[in-house]
Design a protein. Sequence first.
Length: 102
Amino acid sequence: MNTFEQIYMVVRTVPKGKVASYGQIARLVGNPRLSRVVGYALHVNPDPENIPCYRIVNRLGEVSEAFAFGGENVQRRLLLEDGVEFDENGRVKKEYFIKLSD
């Protein structure tokens, strides 16, 4: 399985109502230095219906300004539809991030 396939497999596990950061996905794939690669993989997501890349945000909980599948604010709308809440700064509230076991 190549790196992108591993990333897609992990992203599929992020449940509705939760988010993960690019760094969390990189760690779950097995290499914490792959955050940018996670971003590249999600940008070319071959199956957005089954690989919920909109559930991946930056480490601060910010959505992408140039969301690949629909443009600006689409990612935020999809997360709101999932039940994810944002704080007063427009960031995903911390309690919506998946928990990684150490």
